[in-house]
Design a protein around this ligand. Structure first.
Ligand code: F6P
Length: 538
């Protein structure tokens, strides 16, 4: 009997995987080497293509010089280390001012810039296409549709037309880049709901693994989308469709049930449409372990002093941090209001606690984001006017892009990290905070509406809509004894280390390998059945 992929995986584990030092022997240490071994053994010869809207490296002109930037994106944070391990091709929208100057005649370049291991293929979009597909349908339609942040989605016929067109452009790019007829394509996020079906039509033998990085709403909420059937049908072109949580998988299956004629198997969590099966699975995303950003970091004590000195704060001040894109789903105004309440109710902390909010301006073309920025600036100013004094500013709002190294320095300097998303697929900042703290100090305050709260229940879990509760939790966080901080952080660090991003993608690739084996067996037995047919003389 042929060994199943799982059995074969076990044999790789015994020969090549290093068990985690202090864990039970069956525990696999997920590393780039693990992933490469998995690819070699489970998917031999398979080419891996990743497609996402956001590119991992953006080239911009700064005067005459060209600068490389790493965007503030969860997708990039998760997939970049994976691609370094898999060495395939990453297809993404090229939108940096110097992007066209850094590619070859096929719009390709080798990355990471310092030690190239994989190919980045850039796809160019016109401003009109970007307005309709990215700002319009993806970010004014699908983004508020899928996040329960009480922002009304906007659906425009012209945005939809642009979304369809751009999905087709990326599907064509995948077909162009594919060297074989059965690549493993990892399709990322809500920008590309139609892509799986489009690619399936051109490359029927491809293994299409789609991951939806944001929540999936219940059918009532999803049902307001005028193109709900098309979106579901597009996604069902996937071999495997992944979400962060089981809850989002169930919402998706309920939506399929409500809007599409198909066969749903709740037992195996799969949908059969037109004879083709899609597995619907949860794969909680994570970060690389240890994060590359830790390599050049100064010791924690140095980070603490450096960050405080940079902000003009005394060395012994307690510091809270928040790090995100400036997005209404992140709950930044709610957090600032809670901080204001905290100072009102605990004046003893005025002068002893300060909060840094790093917020990367994002999608600023859209009115909702513009309004948010104005609100956040006004809130920070009013807290500072109310509670600040000579030589002490309680809230430091940094409205700019922070490079990953800078984010990690901030996280290492903090006593408390606040992740108060109103709704979030996962939220990787929560996991980055944990990974940044080898000293096992610091308290994580985490929204129960972020997927990360399922993985990190040892954080202090809050309802971000509850201002008083958040303020009380901040007070509690500042008083948590060191021993308790250490215990909580220790468990969370184990979780993030063991269930890191290599495991996230490894689980998807293992499932993909299993499906490919099944298909191969199916093809062989069909062929055998044909060969064994009685032949009649004509
Ligand atoms: O949360 C999903 C996600 O794709 C993140 O990776 C990223 O932060 C965001 O949505 C998209 O951001 P942007 O529009 O800046 O690419």
């Amino acid at each position: 009997m042929r060994a199943s992929p799982i059995h074969r995986m076990k044999s790789i584990i015994s020969s090549e995987f290093q068990p985690m030092p202090e864990s039970v022997p069956v525990q696999v240490a997920w590393t780039p080497a693990t992933l490469r071994a998995l690819l070699d053994k489970e998917l031999p010869g398979a080419e891996v293509i990743v497609v996402s809207n956001r590119e991992p490296y953006i080239h911009n002109f700064k005067g005459e010089r060209i600068n490389v930037q790493t965007p503030a994106s969860g997708v990039v944070t998760a997939l970049e280390p994976v691609m370094r391990a898999c060495r395939g091709t990453w297809i993404a929208h090229g939108h940096g001012s110097a992007d066209r100057h850094t590619v070859d005649e096929h719009d390709r370049l080798r990355v990471p810039p310092r030690a190239p291991t994989y190919t980045l293929r850039r796809v160019w979009l016109t401003e009109e296409e970007q307005d309709g597909y990215y700002y319009g349908f993806a970010n004014e339609g699908l983004w508020p549709l899928c996040h329960v942040a009480f922002v009304r989605p906007t659906f425009r016929e012209s945005d939809w037309a642009s979304y369809v067109r751009v999905n087709q452009r990326f599907a064509d790019a995948i077909v162009e880049e594919a060297v074989t007829d059965s690549p493993v394509v990892l399709i990322q996020d809500y920008h590309f709901a139609l892509l799986p079906r489009m690619v399936r039509e051109k490359l029927p033998k491809a293994t299409l693994v789609t991951f939806w990085h944001i929540p999936w709403p219940n059918p009532e909420a999803f049902g307001v989308c005028p193109w709900r059937e098309e979106i579901i049908d597009g996604l069902l072109g996937s071999t495997i469709l992944g979400f962060h949580t089981r809850f989002h998988c169930n919402n998706f299956l309920d939506g399929v049930d409500r809007f599409i004629e198909s066969r749903i198997d709740r037992e195996t969590s799969s949908v059969v449409l037109g004879g083709e099966e899609t597995l619907v699975r949860s794969y909680p995303i994570s970060i690389e372990w240890p994060p590359a950003q830790l390599i050049d970091q100064a010791p924690i004590a140095v980070c603490r002093s450096r960050v405080r000195a940079g902000l003009g704060l005394a060395d012994d001040i307690h510091l809270g941090v928040g790090v995100e894109r400036l997005d209404y789903t992140k709950g930044i105004p709610d957090r600032l209001r809670a901080i204001n309440t905290f100072f009102d109710q605990h004046p003893e902390w005025v002068g002893r606690f300060a909060f840094v909010q790093a917020a990367a301006p994002s999608r600023s073309k859209l009115p909702d984001y513009d309004r948010l920025q104005a609100e956040v600036v006004a809130l920070a100013e009013s807290i500072n006017a109310r509670h600040g004094r000579e030589g002490y500013q309680p809230v430091h709002l940094q409205l700019r892009h922070h490079e990953p190294d800078e984010v990690f320095e901030l996280l290492r300097a903090a006593d408390v990290c606040v992740v108060s998303s109103l709704h979030d697929g996962m939220n990787l900042v929560a996991k980055e905070f944990v990974a940044a703290r080898e000293d096992e100090h610091g308290v994580l305050i985490l929204s129960s509406f972020a997927g990360a709260s399922r993985d990190l229940p040892e954080a202090l879990i809050i309802n971000p809509f509850d201002e008083q509760g958040t303020s009380d939790t901040l007070h509690r966080a500042l008083l948590i004894p060191e021993e308790e901080q250490r215990e909580r952080m220790h468990i969370m660090r184990d979780q993030v280390r063991d269930r890191n991003v290599y495991r996230w993608v490894g689980q998807m690739l293992l499932d993909a390998a299993r499906v490919r084996s099944h298909q191969r067996i199916g093809d062989i037995s069909e062929q055998n059945a044909e060969d064994n047919q009685p032949r009649y003389r004509s």
